[in-house]
Design a protein around this ligand. Structure first.
Ligand code: CU
Length: 175
């Protein structure tokens, strides 16, 4: 009886494994964003508009690239972002010239450059990092426009159903 059951499911077994692996890959995927893109982190770029180009998700990484010593990157509170007064409200300080900041909390992050006048000159931005369940709707190679998210959501629902279905068969086979 048991042997018969296994051979019946044997032909779809590889497909099930592939589907399961793919679904994990999709969830684990994270993006690395170079702050300012090709302009990197400098005094001439408008970071308020740069920060609105992307939807940042939990697990993504911000990379600040600049000449060490000429700039730095501080994660600060919202009040410090607004005032540019870094005598208080500094959460973390990065100054290597190639700083990778992992966005591992679902919250609003605020960044400034601490070098004289740079923050008031525009080297500051805030981003809203969304929780994982939101990021799942937005895992394309480039951020999806809002019009697409309904389709993506449907696709994720479909993958999840397949995943649950596959898990069910596996459990059935081995138990
Ligand atoms: Cu600077």
């Amino acid at each position: 009886m048991e042997d018969k059951k296994i051979s019946r499911y044997g032909s779809i077994f590889p497909i099930i494994i592939i589907v399961i692996c793919l679904s994990f890959l999709k969830v684990a995927k994270s993006e690395v964003y170079t702050v300012g893109d090709q302009d990197e982190w400098n005094s001439e770029t408008d970071y308020a508009s740069w920060s609105q180009k992307y939807n940042f998700s939990l697990g993504d990484v911000l990379e600040f690239k600049y000449s060490k010593g000429q700039h730095n990157a501080l994660e600060v509170t919202e009040a410090t972002y607004r005032s540019c007064d870094t005598s208080s409200g500094v959460i973390a300080k990065y100054e290597s010239g190639d700083d990778r900041v992992e966005l591992n909390e679902s919250k609003k992050y605020w960044f400034v450059c601490d070098v004289d006048g740079h923050c008031l000159g525009g080297m500051r931005f805030g981003i809203d990092v969304k929780a994982v369940n939101t990021s799942i709707t937005n895992l394309g190679p480039t951020p999806s426009p809002p019009a697409n998210s309904a389709n993506n959501y449907a696709f994720e629902r479909w993958s999840l159903s397949l995943y649950l279905f596959a898990s069910g068969i596996l459990l059935n086979m081995f138990w």
